[in-house]
Design a protein around this ligand. Structure first.
Ligand SMILES: Nc1ncnc2c1ncn2[C@@H]1O[C@H](COP(=O)(O)OP(=O)(O)OP(=O)(O)O)[C@@H](O)[C@H]1O
Length: 225
């Protein structure tokens, strides 16, 4: 693929964005356009700012300066790292994935038949249907990661933001997740995911390298990361 086609609609456009925590800047003037319907991999060292960049794209973290514009119609689905989810949450796998429908229905509303069908499909796609009644906190890290991704898919957003969705998973689970991301793109969903894996990044259409809170410039997948 060629680099950014300016005629392509951006699913997310950041302009000169600064963001951080408690007065400490982590992102320093990030400008980027994520073309709609593509898969973008965010790569960079630990602490470089990938999760922070995803949080800004998801609007769970407000920039201290600069602008974030989204060209998508639905609220983004943001799947955080599994370590960011408490073990103590007293919810089952099914309930966790059902929460993905709240974006559509509002919290604690009765789910419709359609909602339940979406939840079932998402469980099957991530191979977690057998775990439906287990408590989220009792699962292995890899199982939990797949459940969180299923929750993200259940939101049926057109922008899927994923923080290291395949990190620490076995080879089969990693491949399944990469296949799911490709399927989502096939449905027109824009996917942005942080990864430390060159192999995972190579599946992406574009790679954004983050270094010390700045972008090093977009590269087509296949370039060295
Ligand atoms: N909630 C937070 N409060 C305070 N500082 C934070 C918070 N989250 C991240 N940071 C800091 O922001 C910087 C960037 O962290 P971030 O998690 O965005 O990096 P990352 O590239 O995703 O790292 P990793 O690859 O380790 O997940 C780090 O210095 C980190 O300590």
């Amino acid at each position: 693929m060629t680099s950014v086609d300016t005629a392509t609609t951006a699913a997310v456009a950041l302009e000169n964005v600064y963001a951080g925590y408690g007065g400490r800047a982590v992102l320093h003037g990030v400008t980027a356009a994520i073309p709609a319907g593509t898969v973008t991999a965010l790569v960079g060292a630990n602490g470089s700012g990938k999760s922070t960049l995803l949080a800004v794209m998801a609007s769970t973290l407000a920039p201290t300066a600069g602008t974030v514009r989204r060209g998508v119609s639905r609220r983004p689905a943001f799947v955080v790292q599994r370590s960011a989810v408490s073990d103590a949450l007293p919810v089952t796998v099914r309930e966790t994935i059902e929460m993905g429908r709240w974006a559509e229905r509002g919290p604690w509303r009765r789910l419709t038949r359609e909602d339940r069908a979406v939840v079932r499909t998402c469980m099957d796609r991530l191979d977690v249907a057998d775990l439906a009644r287990r408590r989220l906190g009792d699962l292995s890290g890899g199982q939990r990661q797949r459940v969180l991704l299923a929750q993200g898919l259940a939101q049926e957003s057109d922008l899927l933001l994923l923080d290291e969705p395949a990190t620490g998973l076995d080879a089969d689970s990693r491949e399944r997740i990469m296949a799911v991301l490709a399927e989502e793109r096939g449905r027109g969903v824009t996917v942005v995911h942080a990864t430390h894996s060159n192999r995972e990044a190579a599946h992406a259409d574009r790679i954004l390298r983050v270094r010390d809170g700045r972008l090093e410039g977009a590269a087509d997948a296949g370039a060295d990361v």
